[in-house]
Design a binder for this molecule. Structure first.
Ligand code: ZN
Length: 84
């Protein structure tokens, strides 16, 4: 149950505890930081990985956050795909 919707350039993930669908828009060109998102609160992000195909780009980033829905603290990898 980890199907990713193709939703523009937002990073997407699911809470591993309650399954809440979470998305966020990270600051540009940040590879390691703590950011505060108005919807989901504080997120620690590390290790941006990217992979470029012929007309698609794939990125993944490690994120540590507290789920808004169940308040579980977790680390996970968020992903996004977009056209280039
Ligand atoms: Zn949750």
């Amino acid at each position: 149950m980890n199907e990713l919707m193709n939703n523009g350039s937002l990073f997407q993930l699911n809470c591993p505890h309650c399954g809440e669908f979470i998305f966020f828009n990270p600051p540009e060109t940040v590879s390691e930081a703590t950011m505060v998102d108005s919807n989901i609160g504080r997120v620690k992000i590390h290790n941006l990985y990217s992979n470029r195909g012929t007309n698609r780009c794939y990125e993944a980033i490690d994120a540590e956050m507290i789920c808004n829905s169940c308040h579980y603290t977790f680390k996970t990898t968020a992903r996004r795909n977009f056209d280039i």
